[in-house]
Design a protein around this ligand. Structure first.
Ligand code: NDP
Ligand code: 8X3
Length: 253
């Protein structure tokens, strides 16, 4: 078996791009997400294009038991996970706290913080047993800055920033690498989810400038994963050239 990368949220956007990037470089993949049909389509396409092994796991990362069961039932050969890319995540809504929807907050907190912790809790002992591994957490510019109406999403990504630092401390003695990649605006399904399918709002987000493409983040993830054993990228903030900070985008309109 080649080196194995487990990518959460591989049915779309950054996670899907990471799946193709690592497949192109000969990794075996474990891809996860909730949308079964997409998982199976991506699995078949990657196996066909790159001739590598792909294992798909369908679960909701907010469901602790489902996460536990999914990892426990992995065949022994697939449990030797070299890289965990904690990518599954979302923003839902954009409002002031006083107007916020509790159900949106729960979705973001349960996915971005608790889901990331649930799966890491399952994979970290497997890496520790082998004294080897690399965890790559997909944070965000929203974990570095707090912008108007971003409140709870920003808080969840600040938590990812903090959890990454904590993991780095906890994994230090085992030689397990921990990296955060924190992107600015990347054109994926992210805004469709945030704006609940309001196409006018979604389109306005990416107007007048070239956002990052999911492949740009996948390239960076692969770069971080390809460095010599003595080199660890702790934190990588990647922005579109036209974006200086969360709220400052130069648009040619
Ligand atoms: P997409 O919406 O394109 O992809 C999100 C992925 O997360 C999907 O594969 C989705 O799979 C998965 N996911 C969401 N909720 C769950 C869940 N409850 N259980 C399992 N999987 C889930 O967005 P992006 O690719 O942009 O987002 C990926 C990560 O990048 C997120 O953590 C996001 O916060 C972060 N990010 C995005 C930026 C952007 O501008 N796009 C910028 C900075 C960070 P499925 O629906 O099949 O379950
Ligand atoms: C996604 C980027 O600026 O919409 O994390 O929060 S932003």
């Amino acid at each position: 078996m080649n080196k194995i990368v487990l990518i959460t949220g591989a049915t779309s956007g950054i996670g899907k791009a990471c799946a193709y990037q690592f497949a192109a470089n000969g990794y075996s993949l474990i891809i996860t997400g909730r949308r079964a049909e997409r998982l199976e389509t991506i699995k078949a396409d990657i196996m066909d294009e790159f001739g590598i092994k792909v294992y798909s796991l369908r679960f909701d990362i907010r469901d602790h038991k489902a996460v536990e069961e999914a990892i426990e039932q992995l065949p022994a050969a697939w449990r030797k996970i070299d890289i965990l890319i904690n990518n599954a995540g979302l923003a839902v809504g954009l409002s002031r706290i006083q107007d916020g929807l509790i159900e949106d907050w729960e979705r973001m907190i349960n996915t971005n913080i608790k889901g990331l912790l649930y799966i890491s809790r399952q994979i970290m002992p497997l890496m520790i047993a082998r004294q080897s591994g690399h965890i790559i957490n997909i944070g965000s510019i929203a974990g570095k800055e707090t912008y108007p109406f971003g409140n709870v999403y920003c808080a969840t990504k600040h938590a990812v920033d903090s959890i990454t630092k904590a993991m780095r401390i906890d994994m230090l003695e085992y030689g397990i690498k921990v990296t955060q990649i924190a992107p600015g605006a990347v054109e994926t399904e992210f805004s469709n989810v945030r704006f609940k399918g309001d196409d006018a709002k979604v389109n306005s987000i990416y107007q007048g400038f070239e956002p990052l493409h999911p492949e740009d983040i996948a390239d960076a993830a692969y770069y971080c994963a390809s460095l010599p054993p003595h080199v660890n990228i702790n934190d990588l903030l990647i922005m579109p050239t036209a974006q200086a900070s969360a709220g400052l985008i130069h648009r040619e309109i």
